[in-house]
Ligand binder design. Structure first.
Ligand SMILES: Nc1nc2c(ncn2[C@@H]2O[C@H](COP(=O)(O)OP(=O)(O)O)[C@@H](O)[C@H]2O)c(=O)[nH]1
Ligand SMILES: Nc1ncnc2c1ncn2[C@@H]1O[C@H](COP(=O)(O)OP(=O)(O)O)[C@@H](O)[C@H]1O
Length: 184
């Protein structure tokens, strides 16, 4: 069965790091989503996001979309189909609202991991990312995603990402729970 693993949680918690690890070490392919926010200095269109204008964003066939910290973010059916054509295990990074939508739409095909980390670690990581990262966390949506919303309670696995070595072990355990294959 084709599966979609959803990673959600506040900015800086490690969603991208975990998604990249799942791609490198566990045979996942990442669904690239669309946004109208500007690329950060090291981001590329088609790899990190499809960076869009408002016009090109709304020209997509979007499964869902949200406004997050004043910019649009959305996931297209086309990007998901592209991944499922090449692999059974897709991973996608969404906010908690998008995660709720995916769980409703995809039912048993969807698995949700809510990522957390300790407040000092989060602060440290966002400090390294500069002004943009910290402001993102302070946004209404960033603050909302600091807690698992009521609509996701009992529906997501909680993954604590503090020490990376521990995170790797937890990921291996969660992959077994989710009944998806891991090479590690
Ligand atoms: N619902 C939804 N959320 C998305 C999508 N793409 C990204 N996001 C979320 O938008 C938020 C902001 O993303 P980003 O600007 O990359 O900030 P980051 O969390 O600091 O890396 C994050 O919570 C992402 O998970 C999407 O297609 N749909
Ligand atoms: N377990 C960890 N230990 C140390 N640094 C980490 C860990 N997880 C993530 N990071 C670092 O924290 C920063 C934010 O991680 P990132 O994956 O971009 O978060 P998100 O996608 O949730 O915004 C990055 O610089 C990343 O390298």
């Amino acid at each position: 069965m084709k599966k979609i693993l959803i990673l959600c949680g506040p900015p800086g918690v490690g969603k991208t790091t975990i998604a990249n690890y799942l791609v490198q070490a566990a045979g996942f392919k990442r669904v690239i989503t669309h946004t109208t926010r500007k690329p950060r200095f090291n981001e590329q269109t088609g790899r990190d996001y499809y960076f869009e204008t408002e016009k090109s964003f709304f020209a997509q066939q979007l499964l869902e979309y949200v406004k997050y910290d004043h910019y649009w973010y959305g996931s297209s059916l086309e990007a998901l189909k592209l991944v499922w054509k090449a692999a059974d295990q897709a991973v996608i990074i969404l906010d908690t609202k998008g995660a709720e939508t995916y769980l409703q739409k995809f039912g048993r095909q969807a698995i949700c991991w809510y990522i957390t980390s300790s407040a000092p670690q989060l602060d440290q990581r966002l400090l390294q990312r500069g002004v943009d990262g910290r402001l993102h966390l302070q946004s209404r949506e960033g603050q909302r995603d600091l807690k698992l919303p009521a609509g996701l309670q009992g529906k997501c696995w909680i993954l604590k990402n503090n020490r990376w070595e521990t995170t790797r072990r937890l990921i291996a355990q969660l992959l077994v729970q989710a009944n998806v294959h891991s090479d590690n």
